[in-house]
Design a protein. Structure first.
Length: 71
């Protein structure tokens, strides 16, 4: 089963190794690093992105997932 996933812009909301950002950018993906976002800030930011990278500090709730769905 093959599928295509097109990511143009990704938000990294927790501290991750710098190679993560470099790998994404090397593959043509725009990356923004914004840590320590409040729930409200994350809900306002997430609609702008195709993907979200977290570790354990950011809580990804159903509300965040719903807000992140692009039309």
């Amino acid at each position: 089963m093959a599928f295509s996933l097109e990511l143009k812009r990704v938000l990294i909301s927790d501290s991750v190794d710098s190679c993560c950002k470099k790998i994404l950018e090397a593959n043509g993906i725009a990356v923004d690093l914004k840590t320590k976002l409040t729930k409200e800030e994350l809900l306002a930011e997430i609609p702008k992105y195709d993907g979200l990278i977290v570790r354990s500090a950011t809580k990804v709730t159903a509300e965040v997932i719903k807000a992140g769905k692009k039309s």
